[in-house]
Design a protein around this ligand. Structure first.
Ligand SMILES: NC(=O)c1ccc[n+]([C@@H]2O[C@H](COP(=O)([O-])OP(=O)(O)OC[C@H]3O[C@@H](n4cnc5c(N)ncnc54)[C@H](O)[C@@H]3O)[C@@H](O)[C@H]2O)c1
Length: 360
């Protein structure tokens, strides 16, 4: 059983502030809401609806994800702490109006300490249902005043991070003439391909879903397609952009990477601690995933104030500067960028969070 009171392995000072188990037997709701930190403001993070095999597995995931959101929100410059929720069950079978509304009542019961949004297994339409019971819901449909699909700004943000990496490695913030491999051309990946082609990059893609590949090829017949990740990382690349699932950088892939830069949307790209060092040892510049993929959370955070696309896009443009700051700090302190990013996030949580000590 994961120990809620144990120090987090990232080494940051604050531990999870609050972990709430929610149950409604009649609707079948079994959910856990974890608030890692409210140092910067109300915790913000999505609801994952997933068929966890055990309660322990669900708890471990929500503790991990909520801590990750605190770091992501801190470096996105948001006035939000980190939180996340998991609902245990198969969304295709177990999702119902009653279950989502029961969940909404638990979110509401936290009085705004936690704002929820979409994640794996939940969609904007589900957030509309949750919002019938709670004010603390974002990521809603456009029809209900929400901002809609967050992958638009996620892809834009990843592209900004990639420009920053290109400037650091090749001296100019453009991918023009570079060969970029995009693994996974789903909601984010196919939009990233648009930015890359517009910027003049050569693009190679792979996806397990034939339709996703065809959608890209229909618009860009010049894009090269390879069979799978293994083929992608071994082909001659300047940049590798993991935009499918997490864990693509591991003990097998890192030694054979041809790319000089890794920058993509997927969450948790590093399969385990220590991979960031192996990348640095091979002189591969890794743009930390949670920094460059924060365009989506920037969008849902903006929606809380009443969505303004231009304002949210302007903030997502800041991912370029933040990524450059991380690379600079990494060089100054002689650590991999993933470590530098964590340090910057912890610094902001501590410096800005401390201000709450000034009585108003
Ligand atoms: N959508 C967002 O706003 C957002 C925000 C932050 C992070 N992310 C992360 O970015 C990644 C992509 O998100 P998305 O919204 O585009 O998801 P998606 O499901 O729309 O796209 C993922 C794509 O990857 C493909 N894929 C799955 N396994 C693969 C494999 N082994 N090899 C190649 N392709 C594979 C899928 O077929 C799909 O086309 C995810 O890891 C997600 O957690 C997304």
């Amino acid at each position: 059983m994961p120990n809620v009171f144990a120090p987090p392995h990232k080494g940051a000072e604050p531990r999870h502030e609050q972990v709430v188990f929610c149950q409604d037997e009649a609707s079948g709701l079994r959910a856990i809401i974890a608030i890692y930190s409210t140092a910067l403001g109300p915790a913000l993070g999505g609801t994952r609806f997933y068929p966890y095999r055990t309660e322990d597995e669900a708890l471990a995931d929500v503790l991990n994800l909520s801590r990750g959101m605190a770091y992501k929100n801190a470096l996105a410059g948001l006035d939000h702490g980190g939180g996340k929720a998991v609902i245990i069950g198969d969304p295709a079978v177990d999702k119902s109006e009653a279950l989502l509304r029961a969940y909404g009542r638990f979110v509401q019961s936290l009085g705004g300490r936690y704002y929820t949004a979409c994640d794996v297994g939940t969609y904007s339409e589900d957030m509309d249902v949750v919002a019938r019971e709670s004010r603390f819901v974002t990521g809603r449909t456009v029809a209900n005043g929400g901002a809609g699909d967050s992958s638009v700004l996620t892809a834009f943000g990843v592209f900004q991070g990639m420009r920053a990496a290109a400037e650091t490695v090749w001296g100019s913030p453009t991918l023009r003439g570079k060969r970029v491999g995009v693994e996974g051309v789903g909601k984010v990946g196919h939009r990233l391909v648009e930015h890359l082609r517009e910027d003049g990059a050569e693009v190679v893609i792979c996806d397990v879903n034939e339709q996703a590949v065809e959608r890209v090829r229909a618009r860009h017949p010049e894009v090269e397609v390879v069979d799978d990740r293994d083929a992608l990382i071994r082909t001659d690349l300047d940049v590798y952009a993991p935009c499918a699932l997490g864990g693509s950088l591991d003990d097998d892939t890192v030694p054979v990477l041809t790319a000089k830069i890794v920058c993509g949307a997927a969450n948790n790209q590093l399969a385990h601690a220590g991979i960031e060092k192996r990348l640095a040892d091979r002189d591969v510049l890794y743009a930390p995933d949670y920094v460059v993929n924060s365009g989506g959370v920037i969008q849902v955070a903006d929606e809380i104030r009443g969505f303004d696309f231009d304002r949210a896009k302007a903030r997502a443009s800041g991912i370029y500067e933040t990524t450059k700051r991380i690379f600079a700090l990494a060089a100054d302190e002689g650590v991999p960028p993933a470590v530098a990013a964590d340090r910057l996030a912890e610094r902001r949580m501590s410096e800005i969070g401390r201000l709450r000590g000034i009585l108003l």
